[in-house]
Every structure is written in C-alpha cells, then in structure tokens.
Design a binder for this molecule. Sequence first.
Ligand SMILES: O=C1O[C@H](COP(=O)(O)O)[C@@H](O)[C@H](O)[C@H]1O
Length: 253
Amino acid sequence: MAGRRVVVFPSSAELGPVLAQLVTSRAEKAITSHGRFTLGLSGGSLVSMLGKELPALPDLDCSKWVVGFCDERLVPFDDPESTYGLYKGQLFSKVNIPDSGILTIDSSLPVNECAEDYTRKLKEVFPGDSFPVFDLLLLGMGPDGHTCSLFPDHPLLEETKKIVAPISDSPKPPPQRVTMTFPVVNSARCVAFVSTGGSKAPVLKEVLEGREGPAYPAARVVPTNGELFWLVDDPAAASLTIQVERLGSGAKL
Ligand SMILES: O=C1O[C@H](COP(=O)(O)O)[C@@H](O)[C@H](O)[C@H]1O
C-alpha cells in the first residue's frame, strides 16, 4: 500500500469539493498514462455529494471515463433503491460520460446470473487482468462497518476468486445485491472512503484504530499497491485519537 491518509474536514460542505478535485486529478493522471479513467462508484450518501460537486466543475470532460458500480442493489432502475437510477438522475444526466462507458447490472436477471453478467462486463473492460484494476474506487461505510455490499461476519468476506459476488441475504435492504469482492477493491490504484456524520464515529474509531476480534469489512480495504484515503468530517472523526490531516475546501489531494 502507498500509505493511508486520514483527512478530516469541518463538514461535508468542505469535503465535497476536495472529493471532486481528487476524482478529476486521478482522472487526468489516468488519461495521460493509459488513455481512459476507470471509476468505481458506491451508493448511499456518495450519490448526492458527487451529483452536487462534479457537474458544478467548470470544463469537466468525462468523455474518456468508464464507470462501474462497487455494489448494486438488485431492483429495477426506476426503484428509489437503485444506485444506477439515483446516479442517472443526479450525475449521469448532467455530465458527458458516454452511455457505453457506464457498466450497469442487468436487474432483470436472478441474482447469481446478474453477478455473472456483471463479471463478464467487467472482464470485457479489463481484458487480461485477473482482477480489474480500477484507477479510483469511491467507497462508503455503513454504521455496521460494511463497505460495498460486504457485511460483517458474512462468508463473502473470504471470497478470493470471484470478481463480483451475488448476495441474497443482505442485512441492509434490499436483500439481493451484487458486489465487487475484496480482491478487486484491493487491486485498485486508489481507493477513497467518504464517511460523514456522527453515526459513523464509533465504527470509524474501530476501523481506523483497531479492535479486538475480526476486522470490520471496511478495515479489510488495504490496496496492495494503491493509495488509500479516508475523507471524513468532524462529527465522524469525533472519537479518533490517531493523528489525522485537517484540511478545508481548497485543498488538493
Ligand atoms: O447499502 C449501501 O451502503 C453503503 C454505505 O452507505 P452510506 O449512505 O452510509 O454512505 C454504500 O457505500 C453502498 O454502496 C450501499 O449499497
């Protein structure tokens, strides 16, 4: 791992613009080095933050972006729980990512086939790699320490072969989902968690400062060769005792 950076902002209002800057700086670097930018998106609170910050950037050009989903809920795209559906309304409709560059699940399939179909789509985009190497993955973390749809104590935490796994018993609704596995997450060139709000404070402390017993899913995100950022706000960071960086909205990562 290139080193973990824990960066604390006064609030999500200051965090958002720096997250957008991180995305565009890694996009520029990737396009210069290999002609395209591969980005994995998570759902939850990230959707509205990215939907607010990215379209507001002047001259944002997403024509060379390829976007996948770190996890997705198996519901129709017009269901309010659909991560793709939410991004479509709040982000994709406002920026110029080509439709062919948005890797969606086929939500009409049963969950196992949906995971296989999404695996095939990822393999087409990353031919030759045993696990896809995304330029940037944006992750969230639930108050239970889950990330993607990798939940505490679930057998999927031990998955080492699959790129995408189905889950039918998600403790957080909806129960059927597909998720990238840890080998994919930990192969990325850069991973950034975004965690805001006081409800995340207890688990953030456990994840970043360690605890007895099995590691929370979010604590298992340790990119083999990539960068790892934790971008958090003051309420989420309230219980931390480790050294952190404190930045404001004009910062560059
Ligand atoms: O269910 C999910 O939750 C996590 C965390 O969401 P947040 O709203 O607490 O940030 C999210 O990262 C994941 O993509 C989603 O499916």
